[in-house]
Design a protein around this ligand. Sequence first.
Ligand code: 0PR
Length: 357
Amino acid sequence: MRAEPQDFGRVLSSMCTTPHPAAREAAEQFLATNPGDPDTYQAVADLEAEAISQLAEITGLVNPRGYVASGGTEANIQAVRAARNLAATPEPNVVVPDSGHFSFQKAAGVLNVELRTAPTTDEYRVDLDAVSALADEDTVLIVGVAGTTEYGRVDPLGELSRIARDVDALFHVDAAWGGFVLPFTDYEWRFDQVPIDTMTIDPHKMGQASVPAGGFLTSSSDILDALAIDTPYLESTDQATLTGTRSGAGVASAVAAMDALWPEGYREQYDQSMRNAEWLADAFTERGFDAVSPTLPLLAVDLPDGLFAGLREQGWRISRTSAGELRIVCMPHVTREQLSAFMTDLDALRARPRTNS
Ligand code: 0PR
């Protein structure tokens, strides 16, 4: 069977996007290489080192350590794994905002760590008092999200890092989606602004690399060492990654995308995506819908079920937040024309007598 991938013309809720042309080309060139075996595939191993230093520049990390992971899920699991491995307690727990990505549930499951979920406030950011109340001497990791999956919010990272220090836990920042837009905002989210131990930042989301290209970063060699296991029959003696064979295509595409876009290309993309998100929020508000105002290029809107279903039927790839709102992510492939066409379809559905708007 010869299948064609979907086109991005009606994809509005994905965190993947069309890769930058240079990323696409680099991916194809490195399809059959394996950064998991760096002594055999040295060219891609060199590229991976380059990817880490580019990510370090974006995140303000001096003496970077880390690797290109399969995605945010793996990087988040690894943050939990490192914290668990380094801690002495037999009953480790991790405190995560309830806005945290579901990959932390997977981490807790595979690593046998207790997950403590802190509620968010009306502002969709984690409630600091709740985090303080949940954290104790068995807490090995506290997580803050820099760009939440559902509302694009940034948790109060400085305060969270202090709570982590108070209980002697590591502090992890999940910037899987936000990492390539936050550099152009006033948020304090970088390693040189907040004492952060580990970070997730995914080139395959706003970074415009091809899939799979995630990022796991740390400021400490002890943390990377805590992840390493011996690899007796490889030339390299240990491996800190969760997966074995890895995607050379992802690594090469990440480097190519960052070479092409950091910083100006990403800045332009951020400006355009943010303008689109604000335009869309206004368009919904003018029509009487409640929109959660975007602080990063991601929008949630209260939309009746009938309209949501109608738009899905028209081929729009849209999804909902856990509270049921329509969620639109203004990724690089999402244009103003596309959003106008979406609103035109919405207006047509509302004009139909049977919809319950
Ligand atoms: N952390 C955050 C903040 C995320 O938003 C995501 C994924 C992850 C971690 C996990 O990253 P990976 O999916 O790379 O492992 N957020 C999206 C989500 O779950 C992923 C996604 C991407 C979903 C494309 C749909 C889609 O079409 O909603």
